[in-house]
Design a protein around this ligand. Structure first.
Ligand code: VG1
Ligand code: CO
Length: 602
């Protein structure tokens, strides 16, 4: 070693066999094709910094989400939360542990990653694997955690929330299965954060996020390595195993190819779409738009719905494209559109995939173990489960509840009404996977999106579904509305009550606050949404969002089943108008919040 002559820092050239230890030459993850060690090993010191706890670092539906300014302007705010996350990794496991780090490219991500590197090193974590330039979609992080058997991952994203200096930022912890930390762990993180007095950090440690390869350090005489990997390759490799790429290539670039338009909304999925759909499957380069990740998502909400993906909707209406899709900031959500902008409701999307599951080679290998949806998601999937004699699970909102079922071999395919679809190939919802699933169905059935959807409704009946979002309502007003609703709903006289709007009358069968007992570990999650279920099965659901960063977002969900083939092509907003009216009356939403119209209707 030549370290002795160079105080503080010593040079470690990997081409020089006399100074290389076997563990350093082995490519730790096997992930990157180009993994070369950057031949300098630096010695850095860890120090302990005194801090004061914050009381508001409770992870929500999917991680801790706050305004960027909250992370930036409050002293040690990000440091505290990162320290709280790392605190849940057992101290004796840290030296051998690998943690995956990646994010959706939003403003403040790179700063946060440098902090994670410094704090992970300061707490004795042995290895980090980070996407090049910090970029890694949420499903790709899940994929990489599983592939390299990491102890977990930290994802820097606020998903579909806007970014930029005045936008949102978020930090989420995923566990060794690749899935979002379950409530038991997020509660622990929160508890640590509430009493945190200090954190451990290597303030002088800096990594070059742009350079693929391994960067080695010595922290208080213990090795610490950071490996920067290609953000796309491991994920692409996984998709090649799941789908029939030859059939997809034929569909997208063969003699009778269809035309697609994919909108990455300047989120993280752009490089994935470019490499997989354009370069590999042969779709023309201009079929994918907004593919360069931007810190502020070009000033838009990176949220794939009819309101925020208006450009895609407009482009599809022109009739030039057969299939369209948009993704959210971190690449786990998807919206599917057919020719002329035909909208596939996400609750229907998962049901269609379930009914056509044989179009996807992965499921032929693994079999279909069970289906699941979040509680507010429409019952469309239930109809398929019943017809195919498959088990169906109804979980609370948020992907973390699916993981246990998947790990226990009870669940293969699941979805949420909020544009989330996925399977047990990983433990996150997966936007590009959902798009390739749909394209596989198109390739197999050789029908349009609209015809596939209409056939489905003919066969299974249709669950009309809509969601109204009231964003940034004043918290007190939202709570007042919920209190009011509870008073009415929990009155024993409410059951059997007939509620009418125009010609329509519905009789209350059940009214409750949804609670879930995990069938695997028996953990109980209460207060997951107020439900009014009518005797005909129609449902009105109210819940407060757990992903917002300011005020409260009220979500109202309506689900109503129709079997009559003559009625199934009607406009959902027309079909559901009486139930919406009843929901607004019962909740006195307008009176309580002053809101006369929702921010977004899906
Ligand atoms: C929302 C959706 C939920 C989804 C969650 C995370 O949560 O309703 O279905 O799992 O976002 O998605 P909430 O609590 O705001 O309703 V993502 O793509 O923002 O990570
Ligand atoms: Co997301």
């Amino acid at each position: 070693m030549i370290g002795g002559s160079c105080p503080g820092v010593y040079v470690w050239l990997l081409c020089c066999c006399s100074c290389v230890q076997p563990s350093d030459t082995a490519d730790h993850t096997g992930l990157s094709l180009y993994s070369v060690s950057v031949g300098v090993k630096k010695m850095v010191n860890a120090t302990t910094v005194k801090t004061k706890p914050y009381t508001d670092q409770k992870p929500g539906t999917s991680g801790l989400r706050k305004r960027v300014t909250v992370f930036q302007q409050n002293q040690h705010y990000a440091e505290n939360f990162i320290q709280s996350i790392i605190a849940v990794i057992e101290p004796d496991k840290r030296a051998a542990a690998t943690v995956v780090v990646g994010g959706d490219g939003r403003f403040f991500m790179k700063d946060a990653i440098q902090l994670i590197v410094q704090i992970a090193a300061g707490n004795g974590i042995g290895h980090l694997v980070i996407g090049q330039n910090g970029i890694m979609s949420t499903p790709a992080v899940s994929c990489v955690i599983r592939k390299i058997k990491a102890v977990g991952g930290i994802i820097l994203t606020a998903s579909h929330n806007p970014g930029g200096p005045n936008g949102d930022f978020g930090i989420k912890y995923n566990i060794a299965s690749g899935g979002p930390a379950p409530e038991g762990i997020t509660n622990k993180i929160y508890d640590v954060s509430k009493s945190l007095q200090e954190y451990h950090i290597c303030p002088d440690l800096k990594v070059d996020l742009s350079k693929i390869g391994k960067q080695s350090f010595e922290v208080n005489s213990k090795p610490f390595t950071v490996e920067i990997v290609d953000s796309v390759e491991a994920y692409a490799e996984m998709l090649r195993e799941i789908f029939d790429f030859a059939a997809l290539k034929e569909l997208l670039s063969g003699a009778h190819h269809i035309n697609v338009r994919l909108d990455a909304m300047h989120g993280v999925v752009g490089p994935y779409v470019k490499k997989i759909v354009c370069e590999e499957l042969g779709s023309p380069a201009d079929s994918a738009v907004n593919c360069v990740p931007k810190e502020d998502f070009g000033g838009h909400h990176p949220d794939p719905n009819l309101t925020y993906a208006a450009d895609l909707v407009k482009a599809m209406k022109g009739g030039e494209y057969d299939f369209g899709a948009a993704f959210d900031g971190d690449g786990d959500r998807n919206m599917v559109l057919g020719k002329h902008g035909f909208f596939v409701n996400p609750s229907d999307s998962v049901a269609v995939i379930a009914a056509n599951i044989k179009s996807i080679p992965y499921f032929q290998k693994t079999g279909v173990k069970g289906l699941a949806r979040s509680m507010p998601t429409s019952g469309a999937l239930d109809n398929v489960a019943k017809a195919l004699n498959m088990q169906l699970y109804e979980t609370p909102t948020g992907w973390k509840f699916f993981g246990n079922l998947m790990d226990a071999g009870k669940l293969s395919l699941c979805g949420e009404e909020s544009f989330g679809t996925g399977s047990d190939h990983i433990r996150e919802k997966d936007g590009l996977w959902a798009v390739l699933a749909w394209l596989s169905i198109l390739a197999h059935r050789k029908q349009s999106v609209e015809d596939i959807m209409k056939d489905h409704w003919q066969k299974f009946g249709r669950n009309f579904f809509t969601r109204y979002d009231y964003e940034e309502v004043e918290s007190d007003a939202a709570n007042k509305m919920i209190k009011h609703l509870e008073t009415i709903m929990f009155d024993p006289a409410f059951k059997g009550k007939k509620l009418s709007s125009g010609e329509k009358t519905y009789e209350v069968a059940i009214s409750d606050n949804f609670a879930y007992t995990d069938p695997v570990d028996a953990s109980v999650s209460k207060n997951q949404g107020l439900r009014i279920i009518f005797t005909d099965g129609s449902r009105i659901i109210f819940r407060l969002s757990g992903t917002g960063s300011a005020g409260a977002t009220i979500r109202l969900y309506i689900d109503s089943y129709e079997k009559d083939p003559k009625k199934i092509y009607q406009d959902p907003q027309v079909m559901l108008a009486p139930l919406v009216d009843i929901a607004l009356k019962v909740s006195q939403l307008k009176e309580n919040t002053g809101r006369t119209a929702p921010t977004v209707i899906t």
